[in-house]
Design a protein around this ligand. Structure first.
Ligand SMILES: Cc1ncc(C[n+]2csc(CCOP(=O)(O)OP(=O)(O)O)c2C)c(N)n1
Ligand SMILES: [Mg+2]
Length: 616
């Protein structure tokens, strides 16, 4: 039996019948399709979505933003669900490239369906087509190739019979997942074909809990038994695998302390006896000092980014060894580790059995406990600096943390906030801390918050966003209002880039181009440019208030909590009242020659610091 459908109609019918399953729990793989229509998709995918409401359509304002929303939705769903994204050809398509990179780098599944130029070719160049004198087999959509985990161009309607299952496999593979791009030429979308009916039957994609090699597991248990100062680094994989309880009992059973990456924050509640908090460039003193001395690192679900390894200066014990638990062979092999290629939850449970009776020494356990107590005192200090307005960013974090509920979700991505949040945010729920820090993409915050809210409407979502990121991408506030998803947005206005401003000064420079100022005598050092973020948010339809003092901020956040509609709190924060770094370093190369003495001094320090970088 067959049914004649257009390629686009067949794609929509197929997508609404896909499910994921793990641990007996079945979910719709695609909760809907986000999009912006143009001539490259409106008569194809657009027609199909209008005809078949089984895959709900959500109108967005910017294609990059809609991919971030889909990515955040997938992250909040522990990669078991996602959203599809449809765009027109040309700029609509290329606007999605940054979003694809965010998804792929963070190992999160999104399905992108950019329109493409005519397969038929006779009417070329069509509006928005990139021409090449050397080939007709190229379009701007080829730019997706390096940022996609699967890329295909559908030149004939029957190609989706093999392309879609391949795409689904990648999306539901914990090891291979990322952005999947199916380029859909405008004419092919509208072409009909007699598709076999069984292609559209409900299909369940089982997400396996892979078990690692049994011999490697025994070897790992031996290494753990002989270690004197072992340390666990929990990455995003712990949370995606829903291994937080297994990690909590393994840490409690063995006494091995746990440090968290940005994606792994929330693996343990902040007050778990073995929790050391953040590690790396934006880490706590306890995590970083123990990493420096550790003789064994157990990395779970981590990519070992430079922020985690402090640009490979974090692990200074000459005989340090690594055990990596990871679903991806690629990540498991990093740091020349003993690779336990498998699911985090499954492997942790097996490792707990293999290390029964093992306990770290009492002196090591005491050291961990001391670090924890001292750190909590430091966080309290930073939360309560009581700076005169403008207040400090640390105080804003403390107040938002205090007013948000234990199951609420904090969302952020770029600027100086991620580092301060990584250190200071007291996470109480495995899904309570949502940082996009693989690509640290300015603009992810608000549309990412929308994706989180779509995935978990029963939780309050707090988006903390710098003025720079807000100015880059705030327009999806309109989409949140359109869909009735309520967000709590906190805009921290420090008139520019506190993060990069601090960085450029640390490199010996004077901060050119890092504050929002008028041009004055040829330079960007005039008065501050006042931007009325309250009026801006109100003009988009949100409720908005300005807070100045700590009390104002508390009052505004309580009003936001009660508000049924998206609520924006704007607060000016001190540009240079920063949370310090603790026992870490980040490799940002300094000019080797310069006319400025400050740059030469920074270079001299840099040359020394680089010597600590290790190759494993
Ligand atoms: C899309 C994008 N462009 C540029 C950067 C580099 N960058 C990182 S932080 C930052 C400034 C962010 O400003 P703001 O949001 O106001 O945060 P603040 O630094 O003031 O905390 C820039 C430009 C980036 N991460 N993402
Ligand atoms: Mg700023």
């Amino acid at each position: 039996m067959t049914t004649r459908l257009t390629t686009a109609q067949a794609i929509v019918r197929f997508l609404k019948n896909q499910f994921s399953e793990r641990d007996g729990r079945q979910l719709r793989l695609f909760e809907g399709c986000l999009g912006i229509f143009g001539h490259g998709n409106v008569a194809g995918i657009g027609q199909a979505l209008e005809q078949d409401p089984g895959l709900p359509y959500y109108l967005f304002r910017n294609e990059q933003a809609m991919v971030h929303t889909a990515t955040a939705f997938a992250k909040m769903s522990n990669r078991l669900r996602t959203l599809a994204c449809t765009s027109s050809i040309g700029p609509g398509a290329t606007n999605m490239i940054t979003g694809a990179a965010v998804a792929t780098i963070n190992r999160l599944p999104v399905l992108l369906l950019p329109g493409d130029i005519f397969a038929r070719r006779n009417v070329a160049p069509v509006l928005q087509q990139l021409e090449s004198a050397a080939t007709q087999d190229i379009s701007v959509n080829d730019c997706f190739k390096p940022v996609a985990r699967y890329w295909d161009r559908i030149e004939r309607p029957e190609q989706i019979l093999t392309a879609l299952p391949a795409a689904m496999r990648v999306l539901t593979s914990p090891a291979d997942t990322g952005a999947v791009v199916l380029s859909l030429p405008q004419d092919v979308q509208a072409e009909a074909f007699a598709y076999p009916d069984n292609f559209f039957e409900e299909r369940i994609w089982h997400v396996a809990r892979a078990r690692c090699d049994a011999q490697f597991l025994q070897q790992a248990a031996q290494w753990i038994r002989s270690a004197k100062q072992p340390l666990i680094i929990a990455g995003g994989g712990v949370i995606y695998s829903e291994a937080t309880e297994a990690l909590s009992s393994f840490a409690a059973q063995t006494g091995i302390p746990v440090a968290e990456t940005q994606a792994g924050k929330g693996s343990l509640p902040y007050n778990h006896p073995q929790a050391l908090g953040a590690i790396g460039v934006t880490g706590t003193p306890g995590a970083n000092l123990l990493a420096r001395e550790a003789d064994l690192i157990i990395g779970i679900g981590t990519r070992y980014s430079d922020f985690t390894t402090a640009s490979q200066t974090a692990f200074q014990n000459p005989s340090v060894r690594f055990i990596n638990i990871n679903v991806s062979e690629f990540d498991a092999g990093k740091q020349s580790a003993l690779p336990l290629v498998g699911d985090a939850q499954m492997t942790l449970k097996e490792l707990a059995c293999a290390t029964q009776g093992l306990k770290v020494s009492p002196s090591y356990a005491e050291c961990v406990a001391n670090f924890q107590t001292t750190w909590e005192t430091e966080v309290d200090r930073l939360h309560n600096l009581n700076c005169h307005p403008p207040i400090s960013q640390g105080e804003v974090i403390g107040i938002v943390n205090e007013i948000s509920g234990p199951r609420d979700v904090l969302v952020c991505a770029a600027g100086s906030l991620p580092g301060d949040l990584h250190k200071m945010w007291r996470t109480r729920d495995p899904k309570g801390y949502h940082l996009e820090y693989g690509y640290s993409c300015m603009g992810y915050e608000i549309c990412g918050g929308l994706g989180v809210k779509m995935a978990a409407p029963d939780r309050e979502v707090y988006v903390m966003v710098g003025d720079g990121s807000y100015l880059m991408m705030a327009q999806e506030i309109v989409t949140a209002l359109q869909e009735g998803y309520k967000l709590n947005l906190v805009v921290l206005d420090n008139h520019g880039f506190s993060s990069i401003g601090g960085l450029t000064r640390a490199c010996g420079n004077r901060g050119m181009g890092t504050e929002y100022r008028y041009r004055n005598n040829g330079k960007l050092d005039g008065d501050l440019i006042p931007v009325d973020f309250v009026a801006n948010a109100e003009s988009l339809g949100a409720n908005a208030v300005r807070a100045v003092t700590r009390d104002d901020l508390k009052e505004a956040l309580l009003a936001a909590k009660k508000s049924p509609k998206t609520f924006v709190v704007v607060i000016e924060t001190a540009y240079d009242q920063r949370v310090p770094g603790y026992e870490s370093w980040w490799d940002v190369p300094i000019a080797e020659v310069s006319e400025a003495a400050s740059v030469r001094a920074a270079r001299a320090k840099y040359v020394e610091a680089v010597k600590k970088e290790r190759v494993f």
